[in-house]
Structure formats: structure tokens, C-alpha cells
Design a protein around this ligand. Structure first.
Ligand SMILES: [Zn+2]
Length: 438
């Protein structure tokens, strides 16, 4: 940990993301907030305090993971991909039934540590087990927006009661930076009245809303054609199905009044052109989770059409329950999502992917100006990538390479790799801030 509340970081590259990279850049940090970003030659003219020269590295803002389920981290590799989406939902529901509260808590903490090592400093997390809060928040410096998950399939459960229970829990939660919001799970697992109530409650409080939507072909079929495996299974679970037929999942959310600039539409794989126009009109963000998309073998994600329509698209990891088994241990890792995205969308530029994992995610979560970019007033959350060459090479190293990050800072304190940063570091030269990692 680096306790200095007031200091300058100097680096070969400072990449603010919302501005072009700065060669021989400097960041003035004050009380956990970025006070100034500029070239070292300018900052050094008036700066008289301590300087940490990080050397041959690029400094980026901390990454923003817009969609995760930390409490499912321990389900890694437990469910083989299923032919039917409904079967997958049944599998994870069954696994969840076998876990204790402590299993979920351990899983959450493990996932948080994985994200942080991989450079994520802010996460929008879906909380299936809201009882874990605020205990798990206290176990990590990660900034967490915890979306309390709401489901209401069974018609006899009053949506008002579901919302009231969540709000009672949310109202009692306080801990540092982390905050709560609501996530109606998906159109198929909720009823229209619950969506309307969540929209009103969230708008009143200025909260973001996260919802899985148009994730699978079966969900699209359920709303569009009022049939299919998901329709039949959900109907057997006593959901009132009168809202199905003749509408798309996105169209359903729109007519329930849920969509707006505070909403994260997670997945959005199965869209009609009207849906893309709807998302753009409502200024709703879309969260794409590339490894989850590949695991289910969905049809190609309509990235280009969404971007062309002006939709804010950002990246999420989803949970490790939907990452295909690999020889290596599975890890929650937003940079691995970036690589998977580029494998499926090879013409996307590294800069585009960098924006998806920083400023776009911050915008989706209502954190523009505070997270995902290095600018005065932003939280001092940043990551350090070894980079001796050009700025483009540094961006490529972040989004293409698997090499570990050199360090991660949250709120002005080093949370990863701080032992490699020499305290003080008032070298006057270049390349002395980091000890050799060999
Ligand atoms: Zn999810």
C-alpha cells in the first residue's frame, strides 16, 4: 500500500482514454482523486511534492467490468454447455440449491480478487445472495455496484412485496464507496408489474438498472412466438404468460417502461432492427460478455449495427459458470473478454476495445467522469502495463496480450504490485520506478 495522499506519478505513457496518450506523462493524485493530468514537462514546473517515476510503463485508468456474478465464481467449469438454454437455467438453479451461504461468500471473494489482479477496479455485480452484503464489500477494495437480483416468476408472489423486500435490504446497506441498485433478472423470469416498479424506484433514486435481455434464441421465441422450450418450462412454473406473443424481449422491456439511459441491457444477442433503434432512442447501454456468448454458441453479436445506431456498448465478464472449460484454470478476467471479443470481431481497433472496457462501462454504470478515464475529478484508480515502445503498442499490450499487469491502484492505494513500486522514487531519471520483475 502506498499511503502518500498527495503525489505525482510519472510514466513513459499516460493513457487517459478520453484524451490522446501523453508521452512522458504525469498524474497528480490528491486524497484518492486525480487532481491533474498532463505532460511531465508541464507538471514539473509547478510541482514540489513527492514524485514516483514508474519508468517504462503505460498508465491506464482502472478497468470497468459492467456485468459480473462474483458469487458464481466457484461454478467455474461445473456446467457443460447445453443444447437448450432452459436446461442451462435448470442446471445452475440446481447447483445453487446445493451451496451454503459461506460457499457463495467464498466464491464472491475469490472472484473479486481475480478481477482486481486483472486490472478491474469497478464492477457492476449481480447479487443473487444479497445477504452477503455488506460483509463481502468489506473484504475487498474493489468498487462494487451491487445489483440486487429480483425474480418473480410465480404469479402469486406480489411484485410490490418483492420490491419492498429488496428496498428494505438496500436501505440498510452502507460501506465506503460501494452501493446498491436493482436487477430484475430477465424479462422471462419477471412479470411486467415488477419491471414497472423497478423502473420507478430506480428513477426516483438515480440508480442504474441491470437486466439480462434477449440472451437466447429461446427467450426471443418465448416473447415473439409464445412457444418453445423456455416458454413451456416457465409456463409450468406458473408465470402468467399473457405478455408473450408478438413482441421482442427488448420491445417488452420498452412497453414496460424500463428502458432508459440508466439501464444496462446485458447480452442483447437476439435483436430485430427495431430493437436496435429502441435501444438507441432510450439511450440504453448494452453489455457484451464475449466468453459467455461463445459458451452458448449464440448467433453473432450485432456489434457493428449497435455502434452504428449510437448505442453505448461495453464489456462484462458474466460469471465463470458460462466460460468454456480450458486446460488452464478459469479466471474472471476482463482482458480475456477483450481478447475473445477481438477474436470474433477482428476488425475492431484496440482503441475501441479499450473504450469498451473503460469509459463505456463507466457511462453504463452512471460513473462518467469518475471511473474509466484519467481526468481531474476521477477516482485515482489505475493500472500499470509494461510498455517501452509506442503508445499504440501499449494499448495493444493491454487488450491483446496475456502478460500480467505490473500494478493496480484503487483510490490512491496500490492493491496489486505495490511492492514493486519503489517508495519515493525521486530519481530524476527514467525507468527506475519499477524494480525488475525477473
Ligand atoms: Zn449475467
Amino acid at each position: 500500500m502506498d499511503p502518500a495522499p498527495h503525489r505525482v506519478l510519472r510514466a513513459r505513457w499516460v493513457v487517459p482514454v478520453s484524451l490522446p496518450p501523453l508521452a512522458d506523462g504525469a498524474l497528480v493524485l490528491r486524497d484518492g482523486v486525480v487532481a491533474e493530468v498532463g505532460f511531465w514537462r508541464d507538471v514539473s514546473r509547478h510541482w514540489t511534492g513527492p514524485v514516483v517515476d514508474l519508468g517504462e510503463v503505460a498508465v491506464f485508468p482502472g478497468l470497468v467490468n459492467a456485468h459480473c456474478h462474483l458469487d458464481y465464481t466457484g461454478f467455474a467449469g461445473q456446467i457443460a454447455p447445453t443444447a437448450s438454454f432452459a436446461d442451462w437455467v435448470k442446471s445452475i438453479t440446481s447447483l445453487k440449491g446445493q451451496w451454503t451461504r459461506e460457499d457463495f461468500a467464498r466464491s464472491w471473494r475469490t472472484g473479486a480478487a481475480m478481477l482486481m489482479t486483472g486490472g478491474v477496479t469497478t464492477v457492476g455485480d449481480i447479487e443473487a445472495v444479497a445477504e452477503l452484503l455488506p460483509e463481502v464489500w468489506e473484504a475487498t477494495p474493489l468498487r462494487v455496484i451491487s445489483f440486487i437480483e429480483l425474480t418473480g416468476v410465480r404469479g402469486r408472489v406480489d411484485p410490490h412485496a418483492i420490491l419492498q423486500a429488496a428496498m428494505a435490504r438496500a436501505g440498510a446497506l452502507r460501506h465506503g464507496w460501494s452501493q446498491v441498485a436493482l436487477s430484475p433478472h430477465a424479462p422471462y423470469s419477471t412479470v411486467p408489474e415488477l419491471l414497472r416498479l423497478v423502473a420507478a424506484a430506480s428513477a426516483q433514486r438515480g440508480w442504474p438498472v441491470s437486466i439480462h435481455v434477449a440472451e437466447s434464441a429461446e427467450e426471443f421465441e418465448m416473447f415473439h412466438a409464445a412457444r418453445g422450450p423456455l416458454y413451456e418450462w416457465i409456463a409450468r412454473n406458473e408465470r402468467v404468460m399473457s405478455d408473450c406473443g408478438g413482441v421482442t424481449p427488448v420491445g417488452h422491456l420498452d412497453r414496460c417502461g424500463l428502458l432508459g439511459p440508466n439501464v444496462l441491457a446485458v447480452h442483447a444477442n437476439y435483436l430485430e432492427s427495431d430493437d436496435i433503434a429502441t435501444l438507441a432512442r432510450c439511450r440504453t447501454s448494452v453489455v457484451h460478455c464475449p466468453r459467455s456468448h461463445a459458451y452458448f454458441g449464440h448467433r453473432p453479436f450485432p456489434f457493428a449495427s449497435l455502434v452504428r445506431a449510437g448505442v453505448n456498448v461495453c464489456l462484462g465478464t458474466d460469471s465463470l459458470a458460462t466460460v468454456e472449460r480450458q486446460p488452464a484454470a478459469l479466471r474472471l478476467d476482463l482482458r480475456a473478454e477483450a481478447r475473445a471479443f477481438l477474436a470474433a470481431h477482428p476488425t475492431a481497433s484496440p482503441q475501441t476495445v479499450l473504450e469498451m472496457m473503460t469509459v463505456n462501462g463507466a457511462r453504463a454504470l452512471g460513473l462518467s467522469g469518475r471511473a474509466g478515464e484519467l481526468k481531474p475529478g476521477a477516482d485515482s484508480d489505475l493500472i500499470v502495463v509494461p510498455a517501452a515502445g509506442a503508445a499504440a503498442g501499449a494499448v495493444a499490450a493491454l487488450v491483446h496480450d496475456e502478460a500480467p499487469l505490473a500494478a493496480v491502484m484503487i483510490g490512491g492505494a496500490w492493491v496489486v504490485g505495490g511492492d514493486r513500486v519503489r517508495p519515493g522514487g525521486e530519481t530524476g531519471g527514467r525507468g527506475f520506478g519499477f524494480d525488475s520483475r525477473e
